[in-house]
Design a protein. Structure first.
Length: 630
């Protein structure tokens, strides 16, 4: 087995796609780790904003989580309908475009793309943050650890959706089991100790303050806590990844995710209040994540603590996989509609959309480097894209039910309208609360992405219009082209190029540029004997030699000027440039070459002149005759 097959798995045929589809149990880790993992950093993000209040901030975490849970339930009911209405994948782009128009669809797509990229960066940084909480000595290595996890996720997803699901199933369900045990045990201790259980490990103490909670501070905390809602849309976007019956399996997966997320958010908020656990300053010595404090307070820092934290770290780090499952699919749909380059449509060796995976990895890597892998620096950018995508999707569903009608259309329309209003109101709160902290960057990125998608479509439309050909193939005779062959010296490579050029036309120009950088023979001295005489003996018009001495050692400029002037002086004829090129038998041999032919080809392409044809004339080193042993 080759190293490539060992790393990525054997190549899959197109008709094996059904084997790569997933069920409900594998759908939870593939499409739900983002939602599950957000239960860890959502409450912490809210409590971090409430740090100025000290322990008084704990009085507000419960109501904040209840508001977020209510919003989650509304979104769940709305997306459950979306899955039924769009079993082929009801992402915000598809729903908004079909019901609200192309612009609305592209806004939803841009919001989703931003959300997916930020999710990868936030998830990996949150996972490393949890790891640093358990092992503080790793704090200086935060960014390298983030990039290492990103690389591992990329390799895992290049192996295909099914492989990713199998690999992620164990940490996903271990995460749920461990946290449910901790929450259950913590709740039991709370009730048996009249609401004030003694912590096994005392959390960092925070003094109460006299500062009052303002409406602005609470809105800010709510906006940060809404990061717990990210990932909910992933199931409706990824319905085609499920086995039949897709709608049933997707709805079950969504129900499991929302149910688990509600329990986790409520349980963590409840135990934070009971054990007086507040946030610590991220990125500084002494930092401990909320989950780490909760687990230590309930069960101590024994073996179960490290098992639980290991599961939490794994899920947080791997929750970025949700984006790897959905971002390439969204790019594929956009590319099929002409809003992204065509390569995004193609599937790799394991039927994964590899180009989308690579782009997602690159963008997330840039964010991690810019923010040095610290979650708190990325949180202000987060949730805007997700909430905007929610709003566009639900508004599209309202228009869908108005158009479709039917016996239950009114009830469904009201439900989706409530979802659209709730997410729109939350979006306004988040944008206003986080605007100066970075939400303006998210808004700018969405607008920039929208402009990019539109410009790509405009380019594709212009290209299609310009290349449209009406009628049959035009076979009217055309004059033979003028052929130019750049040569450096008289050798087998130049001979091969000239021989091929003479098969194309009787008017061939060989051009030599002497730069003076190296001793090179001026071909004018030997040209009559080596070229003109053999050509005349065969009754062939000999190639014309043009030699140019470049005083300033320019190589390409004289060539380009000659070719352009030749084209201008013969406006009715094509100019074919035959570029002789050595082809090496081993890839590393190319490290020893100057790649002049490649640069010339690129510069000729950028000329953009109609009637200019570029032809490569390869000369293979394997053509060198073996030495005679005798």
């Amino acid at each position: 087995m080759s190293f490539k097959a060992l790393l990525f798995g054997k190549r899959l045929a197109t008709d094996e796609e059904e084997e790569e589809q997933i069920g409900t149990l594998s759908g939870v880790p593939v499409l739900g780790l983002d939602a599950l993992g957000s239960a860890s950093y959502g409450p912490e993000a809210a409590l971090t904003v409430l740090l100025p209040l000290g322990t008084l901030g704990l009085h507000y975490v419960g109501p904040l989580m209840i508001a977020i849970i209510v919003l989650l339930i509304v979104v769940y009911l709305s997306y459950r309908q979306t899955i039924g209405a769009y079993p082929s994948g009801g992402g915000s782009y598809t729903v908004a475009r079909e019901n609200l128009g192309v612009t609305a669809g592209l806004i939803g797509a841009a919001a989703l793309m931003l959300d997916y990229v930020l999710n990868v960066a936030v998830a990996t940084s949150a996972g490393v943050g949890a790891l640093v909480s358990a092992v503080p000595a790793l704090l200086p290595y935060t960014l390298p650890l983030c990039l290492l996890i990103l690389l591992l996720l990329t390799l895992l997803n290049l192996r295909g959706v099914r492989s990713a699901g199998l690999a992620l199933m164990t940490p996903a369900y271990a995460f749920l089991a461990c946290l449910l045990v901790v929450l259950g045990l913590g709740a039991w201790k709370t009730f048996t100790h009249d609401g004030a259980p003694p912590p096994v490990v005392q959390p960092p103490t925070t003094a109460a303050t006299t500062e009052m909670a303002t409406a602005w501070l609470l809105c800010h905390a709510f906006a940060n806590g809404c990061t717990a809602m990210t990932g909910v849309e992933a199931v409706s976007n990824g319905v085609p990844a499920f086995r039949q019956p897709r709608t049933v399996r997707a709805r079950r997966t969504l129900a499991i995710l929302i149910g688990a997320l509600v329990v986790l958010l409520a349980g963590i908020a409840f135990l934070c209040r009971a054990y007086q656990i507040t946030a610590t300053v991220p990125g500084q010595q002494g930092y401990q994540s909320i989950v780490s404090q909760v687990v230590a307070a309930v069960v101590g820092r024994g073996p179960f603590y490290y098992v639980t934290l290991s599961a939490v770290i794994a899920v947080l780090a791997l929750s970025a996989n949700t984006s790897f499952a959905d971002f390439p699919r969204l790019c594929r749909i956009l590319a099929a509609d002409g809003f992204l380059p065509e390569p995004f449509v193609r599937r790799g060796r394991r039927l994964a959309f590899s180009h989308g995976i690579f782009v997602l990895t690159g963008l997330a890597g840039v964010l991690l480097v810019v923010f040095q892998g610290v979650t708190e620096g990325l949180i202000p950018l987060f949730a805007v894209g997700a909430l905007l995508a929610f709003t566009m999707s639900q508004a599209g569903m309202v228009a869908h039910w108005r158009r479709e009608g039917g016996p239950h259309a009114r009830r469904r329309l009201v439900l989706n309208a409530c979802g659209a209003l709730a997410t729109a109101a939350t979006l306004v709160v988040v944008v206003v609360a986080k605007f100066t902290e970075g939400a303006w960057i998210s808004a700018g990125l969405i607008l920039a992405t929208l402009a990019l998608l539109r410009s790509t479509q405009h380019h594709h439309d212009r290209l299609a219009a310009e290349t449209t050909a009406a009628g049959p193939l035009d076979l009217s005779p055309s004059p033979a082209p003028l052929v130019v062959v750049p040569v450096r010296r008289w050798d087998a490579v130049a001979q091969s190029g000239l021989r091929f050029a003479l098969t194309l036309s009787s008017e061939v120009y060989a051009m030599q540029v002497l730069t003076g950088d190296r001793p090179t023979e001026d071909l004018r001295e030997c040209w009559p004997d080596l070229v003109e005489k053999p050509a005349r003996e065969r009754g062939i018009a000999p190639p014309k030699l043009v030699v140019f001495r470049s005083r300033y050692r320019h190589l390409f400029r004289p060539l380009l000027r000659f070719i352009v002037s030749l084209a201008r002086s013969h406006p009715g004829r094509q100019v074919a440039v035959v570029i002789p090129q050595v082809v090496e038998p081993r890839w590393y041999h190319y490290l020893l070459h100057n790649h002049t032919s490649a640069f010339l080809r690129m510069m000729l392409f950028f000329q953009g002149r109609q009637g200019l044809v570029i032809i490569e004339a390869p000369w293979y080193r394997s053509e060198v005759p073996e030495p005679d042993p005798g």
